[in-house]
Design a protein around this ligand. Structure first.
Ligand code: DOR
Length: 443
């Protein structure tokens, strides 16, 4: 099967060009094929941009064990609609993904029901370092250095030292300092309002923990990815680090929401790390634009509206985002905050390189045909009722965005087109070559 994408503005690794892309057998066969090239299908992309599929390296898709919130099928439909062609899922499911056996189970579930490509982290506990050291078929190790949803937490220094010393897979972590969070919780008598969430999980909790984790990584010369940076202080700190071992990421909600939004949105914007201030939003946009922060990912963490309606602190932390993250960033392009090239670097190319993915993240010959057509002129309003995520809500409900994905291909197969999802499509297991050396080693 040969497909020819014609007349698109194609976002290539070295810039945007109006050219053609030829796909053969699910891979990109050539760029700028001669006009006489024959194909089984010609896709006219006039007026649209063709970009590599988004790779979301931080999602919580809740299967197994928490499937009343989301499952790998519903979540993957949301991905396909949002232009996300590959995801890396977190280990705080039920049971936790903390052994190779659990990892294999999740991979098998995804093979049966995910419309897009999939990968799963292995979670660290204070005592599973042997499993972490022996694991394969995974992008890397996730550590909760600071508790969040679920019971995965590694806070003791000795256990953290062992994980960084005795494993070789890249590590990422949720960084919020447990002692700071506990002291704040006590001072505020557990918290009485949703807004107290940002007083409990405050700026200090974030920067103390991020510094601690980066210190571990640098001393052990271990590759380390800082998940969901939420403060200006962390961005300032990351800007001082040498290139080589450390990468970081930011989520759309930490860019677009701040503590002023609690009044309107309540627990819908309660997540970990908490949202901070408008000044933090501005610093994070800047750090993303100038490359201090390399990756944009969502931390998609669905909970039902009933669960969210509980008073604080019973209300769970987390929000769904995979089907709107690309549009939120395209809107930022139309507002002049970022370039489209920068968005593609942060959402497609950088996550592929951070996690040593084989054949992903770029429109280049030989790469997999995970592709998204975007219409930079389309204006559309996010509506809860139209969300594919099982929890059927979005914190951006009612927000009109300028710039949307309109069609998605996974391995050359259209999974979302003309507003229709192809439920019969299946993604494939993401492959990693950890000898590639990560983001800083590859260009
Ligand atoms: O708000 C959050 N929710 N942050 C996390 O780190 C976990 C997530 C979840 O799984 O609900």
């Amino acid at each position: 099967m040969r497909q020819l994408f014609r007349n698109a503005q194609v976002v290539l690794p070295d810039g945007i060009a109006r050219t053609s892309v030829l796909i053969e057998g699910g891979r990109i066969a050539s760029i700028d094929a001669p006009a006489s090239t024959r194909a089984d299908e010609v896709i006219d992309c006039a007026g649209l941009h063709l970009i590599p599929g988004v790779i979301d390296d931080q999602v919580h898709f809740r299967e197994p064990g928490l499937t009343h919130k989301e499952d790998l099928h519903t979540a993957s439909r949301a991905c396909a609609k949002g232009g996300v062609t590959s995801f890396l899922e977190m280990p705080n499911t039920k049971p936790n993904t903390i052994t190779r056996e659990r990892l294999a189970e999740k991979l098998a579930i995804a093979a049966g029901k995910s419309l897009v490509n999939y990968g799963f982290y292995i979670g660290a506990t204070p005592s599973n370092v042997a499993e972490l050291a022996a694991a394969s078929r995974t992008p890397g190790i996730k550590i909760f250095i600071g508790s969040s949803t679920g019971d995965l937490l590694v806070d003791e220094q000795e256990a953290l030292e062992r994980i960084f010393a005795e494993t070789t897979l890249p590590i990422c972590a949720h960084c919020e300092d447990e002692a700071t969070v506990r002291a704040n919780t006590e001072r505020l008598a557990g918290g009485k309002s949703y807004a107290d969430h940002s007083r409990i999980r405050d700026h200090a909790a974030a920067i103390i923990s991020t510094r601690r984790a980066v210190d571990l990584a640098l001393r052990h010369k271990h590759r380390f990815h800082v998940l969901h940076v939420s403060t200006a202080q962390e961005a300032e700190f990351l800007a001082t680090l040498p290139q080589g071992l450390i990468t970081s990421e930011v989520c759309p909600h930490h860019l677009t929401f701040n503590i002023d939004d609690y009044e309107r949105l309540g627990s819908l914007v309660q997540m970990n790390p908490s949202i901070k201030t408008a000044a933090d939003n501005a610093a994070l946009w800047k750090a993303l634009a100038n490359g201090t922060i390399q990756v944009v990912a969502t931390d998609h963490a669905p909970h039902t509206l009933e669960e969210k309606a509980q008073p604080y602190p019973a209300s769970p932390s987390g929000l769904p985002a995979v089907e709107n993250s690309l549009a939120l960033m395209l809107d930022a392009v139309n507002r002049g905050v970022l370039t489209l090239e920068r968005v593609v670097q942060a959402m497609c190319d950088a996550p592929a390189r951070v996690w040593d993915m084989v054949g992903k993240g770029r429109i280049a010959e030989g790469y997999e045909a995970d592709l998204v057509l975007v219409d930079m002129n389309l204006r559309r309003t996010i509506r809860n009722a139209e969300q594919e995520t099982k929890c059927r809500w979005s914190p951006w409900d009612g927000v009109t965005l300028h710039g949307w994905p309109v069609a998605t291909w996974v391995g050359g197969r259209p999974v979302f087109r003309n507003g229709v999802l192809d439920d019969a499509a299946r993604g494939t297991e993401i492959r990693y070559d950890h000898s590639l050396g990560g983001y800083w080693a590859t260009r």
